[in-house]
Design a protein around this ligand. Sequence first.
Ligand code: IPM
Ligand code: MN
Length: 351
Amino acid sequence: MKLNIALLAGDGIGPEVIDQAVKVSNAVAQKFDHEISWTPALTGAAAIDAVGEPYPDETHEVCANADAVLFGAIGHPRFDNDPSAKVRPEQGLLKMRQKLGLFANVRPTFTFPSLIDKSPLKRERIEGTDLIILRELTGGVYFGERGRKDDGDTAFDTMTYQRFEVERLARKGFEMALKRGKKLCCVDKANVLEASRLWRETVQALEKEYPEVEVSYEFVDAVAMRLIQWPKGYDVIITANLFGDILTDEASVISGSMGLMPSSSVGSEVSLYEPIHGSYPQAAGKDIANPLATVLSAAMMFEDLDLAKEAKAIRDVVNKSLAEGVVTEDLADGGKAYKTSEVGDWLAANI
Ligand code: IPM
Ligand code: MN
């Protein structure tokens, strides 16, 4: 199979972790007789520096015409500490999600057998966790009306949802649940927010179309607690953009490291694959970041391209590296810490 993949390395550790995912993907391509052509394109602070905006039209063209997009990370501290900055790298990510119509962000949470004891959570609570947080990605407070009142001292961001936005996400959630544990939990704040009440109403209306799926409704504050107390109680969670952003960072603790969690963002056209972690600027250029979240995102990409054996080969080699202690410093735990590039080389060689 010939694959044309857009490669958006972005900022911070993005380029380093992307390099490893490319090495591993190329090794998989070689083993299974595929041909991948990678088309790099600019995004984030790197794109602001080069052309003045974080998601240039040329980058959009490259993504829109690709079979899939593999994405590293964006963000740069020079913008974080400047609230008055007019152009920010993160705007590129949001614009990209919106222009590519990536309304559903699939963030799986699972445990790795060899890492269970590295989690700050007790083994008996987390062993066997297998859940998916399906985060709405192109609506809500991230995209609602925002601004300052004339006095300059009042700011607002609005959480706006339209019924069709909730419905298309919820349908994906139901479909996923059908193929898994047949449980769907709608996570919202319907005791306070009108937008959340629209979510409940919309999901309730869909229940009868999916009689096999057991549906529950929980408030996000309570889920923040239950998720790390009884993660095994969840199968598929659907939730709004901001709630999903927060809960998925929290859920990464179950796996042992934020550096491990992959994601896919899907819509009706091309899909995008990215680690859930950010650009980790403190580590940029040091060859110490954990590349596994990006490598596992590439596995999700192969899976979605109907290349299940290829995806499995990646997951297997990742498990092997963890079991044999070929890990970066975040997981080294007093043992040898491998460099980002060494982990990538090892994975590629062992595919
Ligand atoms: C994520 C990130 C982004 C988000 C930031 C960088 C805008 O935290 O993908 O979770 O909030 O969506
Ligand atoms: Mn986030």
